[in-house]
Each structure stands twice: as structure tokens, then as C-alpha cells.
Design a protein around this ligand. Structure first.
Ligand SMILES: Nc1ncnc2c1ncn2[C@@H]1O[C@H](COP(=O)(O)OP(=O)(O)OP(=O)(O)O)[C@@H](O)[C@H]1O
Ligand SMILES: [Mg+2]
Ligand SMILES: [Zn+2]
Length: 364
């Protein structure tokens, strides 16, 4: 099982880097000041869903420990099960219609089963349509006593003011490198993975403040290194792709050589290369070529060694600006998905094919 699933926090203490939020929520539980609508905002993988679930258990726990769920009482045991009917998770990205929200409005009237509160967690809430927002607003205006809403979003600026003003808002922060190092160290200890200090730092930095990203990078490196992580391997796996790989890859893109692309991806995977990182390199290379094509002072902007610049320039000349822009779009759009998908390779391959067929479609 993936590390980020195994290590989902179960108490507020286990949540890292969000003390400003967890302290407040603990106090709310201890003082019994429980609101009906919360809004959790912040970057992906910083703890929004995890904290929402801890809170949902804490409000129902029969004997909370310093504001966190005890994990032992009948209610905690019940709510620890993944699909207990009292904690309703809805993904607004795929249920964004007014009817989806109406359904909630009808169901909120029913009492919780065996516990005190029903908790609705609405993820990616910014995806709701205008009429769905209006329907939600009606519910938020007169919430039944036994219901709590937790809305979560990575894009808070897309929410209407009317919704914002109904919610108690918590902004999840990017987690510091030092907190991530600390966290990784504990997890590697438990997993009996050896890892030197420098690799810890490299991995934590590569996670860019997201705990989930950090753990999934750690996962791929640990499994490649088979339990003993070294700085050399970490650098190699994390490091930006050797520019020769980029040149080769773009050569195949240009010629629409599907076989070449699939073989290259296969080779990289066997070398333990992080394919999500590679996808980022692809957008970057497309951008470099575009800079060369369009900017007078490209060599200054890119600041590459002369011989490398010459090679890039040679390749840039073979491409259309439009295609380069498309590659940037297609590959940067895939970057995020690549971090979360269970089949990175398949998604990367599909992305490459999209990039190629897009060219076909244009030419025909
Ligand atoms: N603050 C944190 N402390 C400890 N672990 C965390 C934290 N944030 C994220 N994680 C880890 O990342 C995993 C995913 O976190 P979670 O689902 O809570 O993130 P999220 O903010 O809801 O992300 P998204 O915006 O993608 O929904 C958790 O299972 C846990 O392993
Ligand atoms: Mg989430
Ligand atoms: Zn309990």
C-alpha cells in the first residue's frame, strides 16, 4: 500500500504543519463550540480531507482526548470504517449539478444513525455550478442541528462570497521542509528504510510543501532503492532529465514515432526514473525550444552551455511554435494528474499520444 495511504493521520497531533488549524479545532471540540459550516482551503496534499475526517470523528467521539477522537469508543470504531453512512464524502468535480445538491438537501433531514452528527465533506467545491451553489446556500442558511458541512477546495477564489460568508474558514499552509524531513524520518524508521540526511532533504524539498507529494516521491525512491536510500540514487532519480533524453524524446514527437516513445518510457521506468518528474522536464524542454524560437536573447535567458544551446537550437528549428505551445499545455496539464494516478506509465503514454494525435488532427 502507498505510504500516503498508510500514514493518513488519525488524530490532530499526527497532522503536521497545520497547528494553527488543529489547535483551533481541538479547542472547539473541548469547549463544545461546534459550527455547521467549515471551509478548508489550500494546496493539494496538505491535509484538508484528513483533518475533515478527524473532525468528523471528534465531534461524535464519546470521550475525546484533548479534542481528538479517542479511537476506542463505539462511535470512533464505527466511524473509522471507510464508508460509514454518517460521514458522506462527495466529490463536487463529478457531482456538480443542482440535482446533486438537492439530493443532499433532502437527505440532511434524516437523523444520523447511532451517532450525534452527520458530516458532509464536499471536495473540490469550487466545481459546483451556479445553481448548485444556490441550492447549497439554502442548506447552509438553515442547517439542521445534527449536520455539519465541511467544504474543501484548492481554488477558494472561485467560490461565491455568499458561500464564503457562511463558513468558518481555515487556510491550510504548505508544509515546511524541516517538518517534512522530520515526518519522513519517522516514517522511514517505521518502515525500516535506511536514508541519509541529504537524501531526506532532497526528497522533502522535491515535495514542494505537499505532504502527499513528498510521501509518494519517497515511495518511489524507497522501492527503487529496496530499503537503502543513497544520495547518488536519490539525485539520479529526482534530478532533471539528462538533456539527451529530452532531445531524443522530442525527436520521436516530431516524427510521431510512437514505438520510439514507448520504448524510451520503458527504458526510463526500468532506470527508476520518476515519470511525473520527466513530464515536467518535457514541458520545460518545450518551453526552452519556444524561447529559442521566439526570443532574441534566448541564450541569455536559458543560460546553457554553448554546445548544448547549439543542439537545442538545431532542434527548435525543426518545430512549429504552435506545436511547442501544445506540448507545454498537454504535458503541464498532465503533471498534476501524474502525481496521483495509480498507473503513471499508462497516463504518460496516453499524454504522449494526445500530443502526437493533436498534431495529426491539425494537419488533416
Ligand atoms: N498535514 C499533514 N500531516 C500529515 N500527513 C499529511 C498531511 N497532509 C497530507 N498528508 C498525507 O497526505 C495524504 C493525503 O492528504 P489529504 O487527503 O488530507 O490531502 P488534501 O489536502 O485533502 O489533498 P487534496 O487537495 O488533493 O484533496 C494523507 O493520507 C497523509 O498521508
Ligand atoms: Mg482532499
Ligand atoms: Zn472515541
Amino acid at each position: 500500500m502507498a505510504l500516503y495511504r498508510t500514514y493518513r493521520p488519525r488524530t490532530f497531533d499526527e497532522v503536521i504543519g497545520q497547528e494553527h488549524i488543529t489547535k483551533t479545532l481541538e479547542n472547539m471540540i473541548m469547549n463544545g463550540h461546534i459550527g455547521h459550516a467549515y471551509l478548508f482551503t489550500g494546496t493539494r496534499g496538505t491535509g484538508k480531507t484528513s483533518v475533515a475526517k478527524i473532525f468528523a470523528r471528534a465531534v461524535n467521539c464519546l470521550s475525546p482526548v484533548h479534542g481528538s477522537p479517542c479511537g476506542k469508543c463505539a462511535n470512533c470504531l464505527k466511524l473509522q470504517q471507510d464508508n460509514d453512512i454518517n460521514i458522506i464524502e462527495m466529490d463536487a468535480a463529478s457531482n456538480n449539478k443542482v440535482d446533486d445538491i438537492r439530493e443532499i438537501r433532502e437527505k440532511v433531514r434524516f437523523m444520523p444513525v447511532d451517532v450525534k452528527y452527520k458530516v458532509y465533506i464536499i471536495d473540490e467545491v469550487h466545481m459546483l455550478t451556479d445553481s448548485a451553489f444556490n441550492a447549497l446556500l439554502k442548506t447552509l442558511e438553515e442547517p439542521p442541528k445534527h449536520v455539519i458541512f465541511i467544504l474543501a477546495t484548492t481554488e477558494v477564489h472561485k467560490l461565491p462570497q455568499t458561500i464564503l460568508s457562511r463558513c468558518v474558514r481555515f487556510d491550510f499552509r504548505l508544509v515546511s521542509v524541516s517538518a517534512l524531513i522530520e515526518h519522513l524520518r519517522k516514517i522511514f524508521d517505521k518502515e525500516k528504510v535506511e536514508c541519509d540526511e541529504e537524501s531526506l532533504k532532497l526528497i522533502a524539498t522535491a515535495g514542494e510543501g505537499s505532504v502527499r507529494d513528498t510521501l509518494s516521491i519517497a515511495d518511489s525512491i524507497a522501492s527503487y532503492c529496496q530499503g537503502k536510500i543513497t544520495k547518488e540514487e536519490t539525485l539520479r532519480i529526482l534530478g532533471t532529465t539528462d538533456y539527451n533524453l529530452n532531445l531524443e524524446f522530442f525527436g520521436y514527437l516530431k516524427e510521431r514515432e510512437v514505438g520510439g516513445i514507448l520504448a524510451l518510457i520503458d527504458r526510463m521506468e526500468k532506470d527508476g526514473k520518476n515519470l511525473a518528474v520527466f513530464s515536467k522536464d518535457v514541458s520545460r524542454h518545450a518551453r526552452n525550444l519556444l524561447v529559442i524560437k521566439t526570443c532574441e536573447n534566448a541564450s541569455k535567458i536559458l543560460n546553457l552551455p554553448d554546445d548544448v544551446f547549439a543542439l537545442f537550437k538545431q532542434q527548435a528549428d525543426t518545430f512549429d511554435e504552435k506545436d511547442l505551445i501544445r506540448y507545454m499545455q498537454v504535458f503541464s496539464a498532465a503533471e498534476n494528474e501524474l502525481r496521483y494516478t495509480l498507473s503513471v506509465r499508462l497516463l504518460l503514454e496516453t499524454t504522449c499520444l494526445t500530443a502526437i494525435t493533436g498534431m495529426d488532427a491539425k494537419k488533416n
